[in-house]
Design a protein around this ligand. Structure first.
Ligand SMILES: [Zn+2]
Length: 143
């Protein structure tokens, strides 16, 4: 930081310039982050919703739980049965489909009002859905 009058270097926590004695006034340069800005815009449109986020999250979460569940603890073969593998693939694909829809709705909202709803959640759910799809498809055809 430098003095706005004489240009002397001013250290943090100094209240006056060591050269010219002028009072140090810190100018807040807090610029809003993109998320804060979008949250503000979203607050103006409280009725806009993105139902596809929940519609993507629920099947993705169930698919993930079913995929990682320690099936061998409760019964042999249930988790690796063909039916179970198909169920997991279908749920994961449902998650993929709805996350695509959620992104479409968010892009529409962004072009209309300048905000997206839960953009980071959509990213995370999308990654999980894609991961579960890849793993479950692999297990369906390779095991
Ligand atoms: Zn100065």
């Amino acid at each position: 930081m430098y003095c706005r009058k004489c240009g002397e270097l001013i250290k943090e926590n100094m209240k006056h310039c060591p050269n010219c004695g002028i009072q140090v006034v810190k100018i807040e340069q807090k610029s809003e982050t993109r998320q804060e800005l979008e949250a503000k815009r979203q607050a103006k449109h409280p009725n806009e919703k993105n139902p596809y986020i929940a519609a993507a999250m629920i099947p993705t979460f169930i698919a993930l739980v079913l995929a990682v569940f320690p099936w061998n603890l409760i019964g042999e073969g249930i988790g690796t049965s063909l039916a179970m593998r198909i169920i997991i693939v279908v749920l994961a694909l449902l998650g993929d489909y709805h996350i695509t829809k959620a992104k479409q709705v968010n892009n529409l909202l962004f072009s209309k009002y300048g905000f997206r709803i839960k953009a980071s959640s959509v990213k995370v759910i999308g990654s999980v859905a894609m991961f579960v799809t890849a793993v479950s498809l692999f297990s369906l055809f390779m095991i």
